[in-house]
Design a protein around this ligand. Sequence first.
Ligand SMILES: NC(=O)C1=CN([C@@H]2O[C@H](COP(=O)(O)OP(=O)(O)OC[C@H]3O[C@@H](n4cnc5c(N)ncnc54)[C@H](O)[C@@H]3O)[C@@H](O)[C@H]2O)C=CC1
Ligand SMILES: O=C(O)[C@@H]1CCC=N1
Length: 275
Amino acid sequence: MKISFIGAGSMAEAMISGMLEKRIVKAGDIRAHNRTNKKRLRTLEQKYGIRAADGLDQLFEGPDAVILAVKPKDAPDVLESVRPLISPDTLLVSVAAGITIPFIENKIGRHIPVARAMPNTSAKVGLSATGIAFNIAATKQHRHRAFAIFSAVGMTTAVKEEQLDAVTGLSGSGPAYIYYIAEALQQSAAEIGLDAQTAKQFILQTIIGAAEMLKTSAEPPEALRKAVTSPNGTTEAAIRVLDEREVKQAFIDCVKAAAKRANELSNAGKEPARE
Ligand SMILES: NC(=O)C1=CN([C@@H]2O[C@H](COP(=O)(O)OP(=O)(O)OC[C@H]3O[C@@H](n4cnc5c(N)ncnc54)[C@H](O)[C@@H]3O)[C@@H](O)[C@H]2O)C=CC1
Ligand SMILES: O=C(O)[C@@H]1CCC=N1
């Protein structure tokens, strides 16, 4: 497979690293172009052995898929620029939050196969959770190709396009919520007398252990939490603080805010905000 990346930022690197790890593509068959940070492009070239492209045109020399991995605000200009370069059977895969399939079709002005996906940066370690939707021009073969790309970097599920904003709020941004908790645990450890290195080991294993329990147990999260909570014990004291501060509601609101923002970025015929 030959894959081109427009934009070589965090998401592109996560996917490149994950795909190479799973060997679904050879490093020399990955091309990437980055508009602003050329140094970063050279770094990726040296780190992974991919081929840096000096211009967008080089990305369209017979790829099996072109992945649009620029910020949503840059997507309209990029789509305009690639319009003359794209051939009718080029599979365009967008990971840009909120950039809808109709918007892409409209900018390209022709029926080309489009996949709109929402992965997350855990693609770097093969553990992305990716939601994916297709337009009608995407054949079974195109779908299969897109699934191959994202399945190499984690779990992939087809969803309706309207559900992608919710997927963005939940799992696209989701790793940041877990890192946020890790940051808080790290800070708390310092305040209760554990050195950073020791605390890191305990925090890490606690998150991995809880994730494995969630994965393997038939119990819902609430039951697993209650199993940790002895009457009048330490966890009860801890959860009381979270409840008093309405942390659960804050997380619910946080996911909703992300999904709402994804929806704001989506364009339904309009240009996304250019902030
Ligand atoms: N970072 C994340 O966790 C996730 C990001 N996404 C989506 O992936 C996309 C990229 O996000 P990041 O990698 O985090 O952003 P980033 O800012 O790290 O990378 C974007 C790159 O695109 C480049 N770029 C901008 N205009 C360009 C052009 N005309 N031609 C070539 N390159 C151009 C920029 O130089 C930049 O390096 C966004 O649309 C985001 O919504 C999706 C899922 C997760
Ligand atoms: O923060 C963002 O907009 C992107 C989309 C999902 C994760 N990062």
